[in-house]
Design a protein around this ligand. Structure first.
Ligand code: SF4
Ligand code: SF4
Length: 489
């Protein structure tokens, strides 16, 4: 029986990448247009993807974007809720959750994310590549066009294709910006004079050019040489991970047979021995007819029959191509399929291993911590700190006063007019330094100083705990505990 070891003994293909020749020059990939069940699923998924990606910046919750990731101004909005620098711990835990989730997902499903979810692959294979097929034709026509001399037809095709490519890059760039600075700002940059938004306009142009270069020129190089996630596959995958895999047990030894007929006849075989020879060879051959269609459709130019490779983005195009071939030669589909090495070698499919369960446990714990911390998060944070170096003072009316500095952080989309009330002991009063009523702008912070006065007889000793109610528009929004010093008893 052929083994994975046999297939992988010749590992020379790993010494180079399929898109660079010996002199280091780029080999341009012309993948054959894929078709089939999985391609159709991906096309439908991409439609859903585009609706979400291009639609989200238009959604607002109570007048604020549903999602905003403004790294420059450290302003983050998720599900309409503001998150500022003070919520960094939530952000850090969310990043940890994402990291553990990606590791767990990769351990179980391999690089399926790359082929089915990653924006790079979705835009490349399901937008740019499809436009290319529509304008230039399938892979053989594309090769011919590239080699053809420049004439009117070629110029029209090239110019129209690059024009559409750049137009889509502008659309992606503007959407990308809308996630960072908000859709309203992007519309202003588009509608108002450039002089009013020079920085934003330059950013728009830079992003558009970058996206254009990525999709029109760099293409699969992003996945095979730039993206760090692809590089990490070696440490995350194991023999139980699901990957797009060639069933070498069924497929080898490969040979050119079509519909039970050998089409590559060794010249040494004499005509009268041929029939016996065909029968004996056919019985020994595996299901792979070596048609190389799986290589022709591959957008990264690899031969998946060599085994799992870091260039494979799990786009599943080779699965469709091979299934079509298997159908034609009346063999079972799935010679290339989503399976693990163990699944192919032993027929075992064990997703719940000690490793996946350990990652799942860590993930659940992190999610639990995030949910608890999130539920404890308040929209307005207020801090009272006794001003250092000042002692408690006895006032003429017999009350004791302490000076405090307060700091308020407003994470909501509304400006708030604030009022402090003493909850415990109730008879405490506030005297704002400067006399101005405390207020805090939307998604902003403010500071101030205040004298807190408490009747002497309400104090229990030198150190007392007091409870302050913080009200906005007459509504209690949070309570703050702090320490109040009085005379020793
Ligand atoms: S498409 Fe299938 S049959 Fe053809 S070469 Fe690839 S694995 Fe073999
Ligand atoms: S080997 Fe198959 S799944 Fe992997 S990138 Fe190529 S076509 Fe896609």
């Amino acid at each position: 029986m052929p083994s994975n070891q046999n297939i992988q003994n010749d590992e020379q293909f790993r010494d180079k990448i399929s898109t660079v020749d010996k002199s280091g020059k780029r080999i341009w990939i012309y993948p054959k247009k894929p078709s089939g069940k999985f391609t159709n699923y991906r096309i439908w998924l991409s439609y859903l993807y585009f609706v979400i990606l291009f639609g989200l910046p238009f959604i607002k919750v109570n007048g604020v974007p549903f999602i905003l990731i403004n790294i420059l101004e450290r302003n983050f909005i998720l599900f309409g809720l503001h998150f500022g620098p003070q919520d960094f711990y939530l952000f850090a835990i969310a990043m940890l959750i994402l990291l553990v989730f990606i590791i767990l997902f990769t351990v179980v499903f391999g690089r399926l994310f790359c082929g089915w979810i990653c924006p790079q692959t979705i835009f490349m294979e399901l937008v740019y590549r499809r436009i290319e097929y529509a304008i230039d034709g399938d892979y053989t026509a594309q090769r011919r066009l590239d080699a053809a001399p420049w004439n009117a037809g070629k110029i029209i095709k090239r110019v129209s294709k690059q024009f559409i490519f750049f137009g889509i890059a502008v659309l992606i760039s503007n959407t990308f910006l809308a996630y960072i600075i908000g859709l309203d700002e992007v519309i202003k940059i588009i509608q108002e004079p450039i002089s009013m938004h020079t920085g934003g306009f330059i950013a728009m142009i830079i992003f558009s050019v970058v996206f254009y270069v990525v999709f029109a020129r760099l293409r699969e190089q992003v996945c095979t040489t730039i993206c760090p996630y692809g590089r990490l596959q070696g440490v995350m995958l194991d023999n139980r991970s699901l990957v797009v895999a060639y069933d070498f047990v069924r497929g080898e030894p490969r040979g050119k047979i079509q519909k039970n007929k050998i089409i590559a006849q060794p010249s040494a075989v004499l005509a009268n021995d041929a029939e016996d020879y065909f029968t004996s060879v056919q019985n020994k051959l595996g299901d792979c007819i070596d048609c190389k269609l799986c290589i022709h459709v591959c957008p990264t130019g690899i031969d998946i029959r060599n085994g799992t490779q870091l260039e494979c983005v799990n786009c599943t195009a080779c699965m469709d191509a091979c299934d079509e071939v298997m159908e034609k030669v009346e063999r079972p589909k799935g010679l290339i399929r989503l399976d693990s090495i163990e699944g192919i070698e032993k027929g075992e499919h064990k997703l719940f291993t000690a490793r996946t369960m350990a990652y799942s446990a860590v993930l659940l714990i992190l999610i639990g911590v995030e949910v608890v911390l999130f539920s404890l998060r308040s929209d307005v944070e207020v801090l009272f700190l006794r001003t250092g170096g000042l002692l408690a003072q006895e006032q003429a009316d017999g009350s004791i006063s302490n000076l405090y500095n307060y700091q308020m952080i407003n994470k909501t989309a509304d400006s708030l007019s604030i009022e402090f009330k003493m909850l415990e002991p109730e008879s405490g009063t506030f005297e704002i330094i400067g006399g101005k009523k405390p207020a805090v702008g939307k998604n902003n912070k403010s500071e101030g100083a205040v004298f807190i006065k408490i009747p002497k007889d309400k104090l229990e000793g030198g150190k007392n705990t007091i409870l302050i109610g913080v009200y906005a528009d007459g509504k209690l929004i949070t309570k703050v505990k702090t320490t109040f010093f009085g005379p020793m008893k």
